[in-house]
Design a protein around this ligand. Structure first.
Ligand code: NAD
Length: 489
């Protein structure tokens, strides 16, 4: 039985520094349950002084614990134990379902196993990738040594709190760094529990620390801290720009930026079974209530199959049922909060003002208390410059555009701002490969939509969707700096 009583979940205290829970004197902020909008906790922003303490503790813990210098396989062992604890911890799953938009069933079946497996993947990387040896004169030896940066700042969004934390902490810790992580102020608690489990697994206290608070106060102080040597960020493009600028001005720190998206689903008339396609497209834009950077929110479909496909999609949209995240049978995520609800609403209104027609949905589900459950929404009659085509909405809204030939379809799939992902649906291999080459996006899925559990495949965007990669060995190597050495003998 996965259902639970949200009033009975015990919350860990806010900040977690040096293996201890601690309070702060910063400004208070309320934390609300997305499913019903109820305030369930009040926390304080970590002030710049708190952030300084967390980063200093992390810096000292690296020196005193020997985490950077220990045999890499030992780091791998700790991370594997951590992954096991994550999978076994019922409280962690409840904290995630209570405070985020993920229904408990989804948390237990997907979020927790994905989080644990990502950490195991990096446990395996710990002793697999090193530097290089160069061909030099006989009397010298040239090499490249990979070493940890030191303290890495990780800043994560609210849409997948646990897996985002694992994508940041897994590679950084496996490579021998310490981490100070700031989760979103909207979803603070599951990450603290995750850090407690890391210490239980044998991670030296202080090597992973959590600070809570707003981006403007806590996040900004973290990015600018002189002992932070690298910043790994996932969030919106606007915040990514700010962080890149702050990191450049405060120590020229390298940044990994995983940002927003507005991904196309390009469907050709030879894509196969329409029912399979309709289900795939539905999942692509409604998973997590559309609050996924990779959401496939622009359907671009060849005209001769558009009507039956869109009709079936509309039927499937009407069958979606909302339900609070602590009920086992809930499958559909609420929007994170009222602000996000207002944003979805305002883009739909702006889209309608420019000619868009609502085929299905377009508003909040009735009778869902103060939770912002948004109906899956299809918008037709949109031109390429319509706000719903141009802007990342971060809600379950799909625009529908039609094309006649491949060239036109590819032109519609292109986006001026974002280049995160794309789905191409066709059974013609040459056509799929032409589309894959033409599309300006960091990930192209062909005849599927969404990630698999193959953590070896990195993810990351082009254009305004970001810089660098999460996942894959690329993320591990991005947590190491390379030192060139030349020895004469
Ligand atoms: P956001 O940019 O508002 O916030 C993300 C994080 O940054 C939060 O922890 C926030 O407190 C912090 N932050 C805000 N201002 C900051 C500053 N000046 N300095 C330091 N930290 C600051 O994003 P969000 O609304 O939490 O998340 C949604 C966005 O995240 C969407 O745009 C989505 O596409 C993106 N996202 C991208 C990926 C990816 O892998 N590309 C994955 C998930 C989410």
């Amino acid at each position: 039985m996965l259902s639970f009583d949200p009033e009975k979940v015990s919350l860990p205290a806010g900040h977690y520094i040096g293996g201890q829970h601690c309070q702060s004197q910063g400004a208070s902020f309320e934390v609300k349950r997305p499913s019903d909008g109820r305030v369930y906790a009040t926390l304080q922003d970590a002030t710049p002084q708190d952030v300084d303490r967390a980063v200093t503790v992390a810096h000292q813990a690296l020196k005193s614990s020997g985490w950077s210098g220990c045999p890499p396989r030992e780091r791998g062992r700790v991370l594997r134990r951590w992954a096991d604890l994550i999978e076994q911890d019922a409280l962690l799953a409840q904290l995630e379902a209570l405070g985020s938009t993920r229904p408990i069933n989804d948390v237990v079946l997907h979020e927790i196993p994905f989080t644990a497996e990502a950490i195991r993947f990096y446990a395996e990387c710990a002793d697999k990738y090193s530097g290089d040896l160069f061909p030099t004169r006989d009397s010298s030896l040239g090499m490249l040594i990979a070493e940890p940066y030191g303290v890495i700042a990780a800043i994560t969004p609210w849409n997948f709190p646990l897996s985002m934390a694992s994508w940041k902490c897994g590679p950084a810790l496996a490579a021998g760094n310490a981490v100070v992580l700031k989760p979103s102020e909207l979803t603070p608690f599951s990450t603290v529990r995750m850090a407690e489990l890391a210490i239980q697994a044998g991670l030296p206290a202080g090597v992973l620390n959590i600070v809570q608070g707003s981006g403007a106060v806590t996040g900004s102080a973290l990015v600018k801290h002189p002992l932070v040597r690298k910043v790994s960020f996932t969030g919106s493009t606007l915040t990514g720009q700010r962080i890149m600028s702050d990191a450049a001005q405060h120590g020229m720190k390298p940044v990994t930026l995983e940002l927003g998206g507005k991904s196309p689903q390009l469907v050709f008339d030879d894509a196969g079974d329409l029912e399979v396609l309709a289900q795939r497209i539905l999942r692509g834009f409604t998973a997590n209530g559309g609050q996924a950077c990779v959401a496939g929110t622009r359907l671009i479909v060849q005209r001769n199959i558009a009507d039956p496909l869109v009709e079936r999609l509309a039927q499937l949209c009407r069958e979606v049922k909302p339900g609070v995240t602590w009920q086992e049978d809930s499958r559909y995520a609420p929007l994170i909060d009222e602000r996000q609800g207002n944003k979805v609403c305002s883009v739909i209104e702006a889209a309608k003002a420019q000619g868009a027609e609502v085929l299905v949905g377009g508003g909040r589900f009735a009778d869902t208390d103060d939770g912002w459950f948004w109906q899956p929404t299809l918008l037709s009659h949109v031109t390429q410059d319509n706000p719903a085509v141009q802007q990342e909405i971060f809600g379950p809204v799909l625009t529908v555009q039609t094309f006649d030939d491949e060239e036109q379809g590819l032109a519609m799939a292109a986006h001026d701002t974002y280049g995160l992902c794309a789905g191409v649906h066709t059974l013609s291999l040459p056509r799929a490969l032409r589309a894959m080459r033409a599309i300006d996006a960091g990930t192209v899925w062909i005849n599927r939509y969404g990630r698999s559990g193959d953590f070896i495949i990195p993810t990351g965007g082009f254009l305004g969707s970001g810089i660098g990669k999460d996942l894959g060995r690329q993320a591990f190597q991005a947590c190491q700096r390379q030192k060139s050495v030349l020895i004469d003998f």
